[in-house]
Design a protein around this ligand. Structure first.
Ligand SMILES: C[S@@+](CC[C@H](N)C(=O)[O-])C[C@H]1O[C@@H](n2cnc3c(N)ncnc32)[C@H](O)[C@@H]1O
Length: 401
């Protein structure tokens, strides 16, 4: 029986019949359930920015609601698109958002200071586009010539504003949306049909895609696309929510550290950490973001060595150990850590995380196994044979004691 069962019973779990408990191989507590689902609860529209291997806003929302209070300090050392930071701010918590990839801050910060549609529309109309501008690299496989001119004009405008110290929250918003719209698989993006927006094809790959689909880039109206995406992102942002986000944004901390050395953070500072580390052997965050990095003036080839890509289980485990050690250092006594790991055939990563956490001195509360498509007929104990249920998230929850 689980010690903290009464606490678990108080969870607002969607469909409370659908969770159950089990004791794992190492004596750890496992909770199976449908803690959040896509259909039953959508996140706030402002979360709708794509990023490779991002988690759904429902995940941080679940742990924030149960294990934090308003004004809690919430850390995500692998922030990505900033799902934890945005959700924390929406709930009145104070985020610390760290990621070694500079694109993370570019995608996150402006959504904590969302301008109005009028602000964005007015600013866009002030920016002059010279369609004769062209890129310093060959982008003809992605963009029609005039579209490329508009993108470069915008890129130059944003560089100039920054250099002159004039870049404000409206410019940052436009930068964020443009970064998100650079390439994708519909007419809502600046590019011809390509990979989904969270994965950039290389120039060579795009030439092949164009050949295969017998396509060439057509004109896209950059300002119109930015305005349309802004409207959809701001759909759920009322004046009150905007004001609260602006208030929180004054206290937000952005870092670009390696997760193993969060050097700016003092010991015992953080109330709760909610995070998901780089996957094994799966995601190349530099390649996936090369076009986004280029647009924002970063040399993506120089970032290659900084972003951790782990192909081997032993290397992954030692990287996680060093990161968890650092999270332990910055956590308050009684502070929580919700650590999400993906599914891999190689090993049960949540078991590895559990063992590392215990070794470092954390108390293990539970490992949550979220059943994304859990059905009534599914047998919770026969999870491995459950064809209809898909195990998409495993979150190991620790407390520093
Ligand atoms: C699984 S993603 C996190 C996604 C995030 N939860 C979200 O919702 O967008 C892992 C992130 O770790 C970052 N990363 C990789 N190595 C890192 C390191 N050594 N230190 C800090 N961040 C790192 C990557 O840039 C990537 O954004």
């Amino acid at each position: 029986m689980i010690e903290n069962q009464s606490k678990l019973d108080s969870f607002t779990i969607i469909n409370t019949n659908n969770y159950d408990y089990k004791i794992g191989k190492n004596g750890e507590k496992l909770v199976y359930g449908s803690f959040w689902t896509n259909k039953q609860r959508y996140g706030n529209s402002i979360q709708e920015i794509s990023y490779r291997a991002c988690f759904k806003p429902q995940l941080p929302d679940f742990f924030l609601s149960k294990y934090s209070n308003s004004k809690s300090i919430v850390l995500d050392p692998f922030a990505g698109r900033g799902t934890t930071a945005i959700e924390s701010a929406l709930l009145g918590r104070i985020p610390i958002s760290n990621d070694i990839n500079p694109i993370s801050k570019i995608l996150t910060e402006p959504r904590l200071m969302p301008p109005t549609i009028e602000d964005i529309s007015n600013r866009l109309s002030e920016i002059s586009f010279d369609v004769k501008e062209s890129a310093d690299i060959d982008l003809s496989m992605f963009y029609e010539r005039k579209t490329e001119g508009e993108i470069i004009s915008l890129k130059n405008y944003l560089i100039a504003r920054k250099e002159e110290g004039k870049e404000d929250y409206i410019d940052k918003w436009i930068r964020m949306v443009a970064t998100n719209r650079l390439s994708g698989h519909s007419k809502g993006f600046f590019s011809v049909y390509t990979l989904p927006p969270n994965q950039s094809a290389t120039q060579e790959e795009q030439i092949k895609i164009n050949k295969r689909l017998n396509q060439k880039p057509e004109y896209r109206n950059v300002k119109r696309i930015i305005l349309k995406k802004s409207k959809s992102l701001l759909k759920d942002i009322s004046p009150d929510i905007r004001k609260n986000l602006f208030d929180i944004s004054k206290n937000v901390i952005f870092l670009e550290d390696d997760s193993r050395n969060l050097k700016e953070l003092k010991d015992g500072f953080v109330d709760i950490t909610i995070t998901s580390p780089p996957f094994i052997n799966l995601v190349n965050y530099v390649k996936d973001n090369w076009l986004r990095l280029w647009f924002n003036g970063y040399d993506y080839s120089k970032l290659k060595d900084k972003i951790t890509i782990l192909s081997d289980l032993n290397k992954w485990s030692s990287f996680i150990k060093e990161t968890l050690k650092e999270i332990y250092r910055v956590s308050k006594i009684r502070g929580y850590v919700a650590f999400e790991v993906g599914e891999t055939k190689k090993a049960d990563l949540s078991e590895i995380v559990y063992k590392i956490g215990i070794e470092l001195g954390f108390r293990h509360i539970s490992t949550f196994i979220n059943m994304q498509t859990f059905t009534k007929t599914s047998n919770i104990w026969g999870v491995d044979n459950n064809k209809k249920g898909t195990n998409t998230n495993r979150i190991v929850l620790f407390q520093k004691i």
